[in-house]
Ligand binder design. Structure first.
Ligand code: RB5
Length: 146
């Protein structure tokens, strides 16, 4: 399984630590930056990760900014993306089970690293539920071409 990761200055530190965590778990990681904690604009990194996922270069994306909110808003502009801003393991499970999220966006400022690791573990371990959720996700994705 391949993960594409990106951040801004507020998520830089956790992005690096979460990349190591994923590699330790045996996953492949594409690090789309940034490479320093200099101030940057989150949409520039959200789009890199979103394109990796939309193009099938990566299976899932992980984006970290101060809150995760801007990253989700930016990534969701890219057709094919279902990015969810997650701050609890419970919501990590639900965004996979109900919404088939393909990018998770995390808070580097308000959620500690251990919680974000648990969130990521849950995100990875949870399959899309299908069934009644299938046509809802299809309707959502049809909006990409309107
Ligand atoms: C940067 O200060 C902050 O606005 C950004 O990291 C993020 O939280 C935006 O949603």
């Amino acid at each position: 399984m391949v993960f594409s990761l990106g951040a801004d200055h507020a998520g830089f530190e956790q992005k690096n630590q979460l990349a190591s965590f994923l590699i330790e778990q045996g996953y492949d990681v594409i690090d789309r930056g940034p490479e320093t904690d200099d101030r940057v604009d989150y949409p520039d990194y959200a789009v890199r990760v979103a394109r990796d996922v939309a193009d099938g270069v990566a299976d899932y994306g992980v984006l970290v900014c101060g809150t995760g909110i801007g990253m989700a808003m930016a990534a969701d502009k890219v057709p094919g993306i279902r990015a969810a801003n997650i701050i609890t393991p419970e919501f990590a499970a639900l965004c996979r089970e109900h919404n088939n999220a393909n990018i998770i966006t995390l808070s580097g400022r308000f959620v500690d690293l251990e919680t974000n690791k648990e969130i990521l573990r849950t995100f990875i371990a949870t399959e899309f539920g299908g069934g009644r959720h299938e046509q809802r996700v299809e309707k959502m994705m049809a909006l990409d071409s309107e």
